[in-house]
Design a protein. Structure first.
Length: 265
């Protein structure tokens, strides 16, 4: 596991965006062999999206041969609902870059057949040869996508009930009314995440400190789903200093030293 610690959220977001741009350009994607990504919604990727859009507008990168999947979607919300992740990704990112609509694959929160929707999503990912770079945020309780604490580490894309903590946290997007937050979501599974060739998690702010501590210093545990990254051969946590506030000083020093010795600063 690699952990890149930046001083604040903006620098963390900029680092993440620059890394994404580097990976896309290094892959030299084509129509026949696109670069495949999975993206989260929510506050974590906002700064990254903003910088990627800026990089695109400066002519430094193209997304025409990039394929996008999303991580999860609320059940019962249409793609045009301003609270849906579908709407969020179009509003905050896709509408501002040169992505081809046919290369965007988002879950259908209004499906009448959840089993088929989930199975088809897994098949679609496999049809592209898997995900090259999966980007995720992390919940305060360590959930990744909507794989809440207690989720099977072997799980695949499925229907998932949201915990009270997640509903309470996400109420800020629903006029601060928990009753308006959907109680179910479709989410890619932990095993699906682990199948990605590379995973990058963005964790910023002191509210993510406990989750980060459990994921980095604790054991691999289904009660902290993020901890599964310990088992991934190419996992990166891009975080800020606040998110590391509960880590041991020696842990922080180890990752900082590792960055300086291998990559320089």
């Amino acid at each position: 596991m690699r952990m890149v610690i930046n001083s604040d959220f903006d620098k963390c977001s900029n680092w993440a965006a620059d890394y994404v741009a580097y990976k896309i350009k290094a892959a030299k994607p084509t129509k026949e062999k696109p670069f495949v990504m999975a993206l989260p919604a929510g506050s974590s990727p906002l700064g990254m999206f903003k910088r990627l859009i800026d990089i695109f507008k400066r002519g430094k990168i193209s997304f025409q041969n990039v394929v996008f999947f999303n991580m999860c979607e609320y059940v019962g919300l249409s793609k045009n609902d301003k609270h849906s992740f579908n709407y969020f990704l179009w509003d905050k990112f896709f509408n501002h870059i040169d992505i081809k609509k046919k290369n965007i694959h988002l879950m259908d929160g209004e499906t009448k057949d959840f089993a088929k929707e989930c199975n088809d999503y897994e098949k679609l990912i496999r049809s592209y040869g898997g995900i090259d770079l999966l980007i995720a945020g992390v919940g305060e309780d360590g959930h990744i996508a909507f794989n809440e604490p207690g989720s099977s580490l072997a799980s695949r894309t499925r229907l998932k009930a949201l915990t009270r903590d997640t509903i309470r946290t996400n109420a800020k997007y629903f006029d601060n009314n928990e009753d308006n937050v959907p109680k179910l979501a479709i989410t890619i599974g932990i095993a699906t995440i682990m199948d990605a060739r590379e995973v990058m998690v963005i964790a910023a702010g002191d509210k993510k400190a406990e989750a980060l501590q459990g994921a980095v210093e604790g054991s691999v545990n289904h009660m902290c789903p993020l901890s599964i990254l310990q088992m991934h051969p190419h996992a990166i946590i891009a975080c800020d200093e606040e998110a590391t506030s509960k880590l041991k000083a020696s842990t922080v020093r180890y990752f900082n030293d590792n960055e300086e010795s291998k990559y320089g600063r």
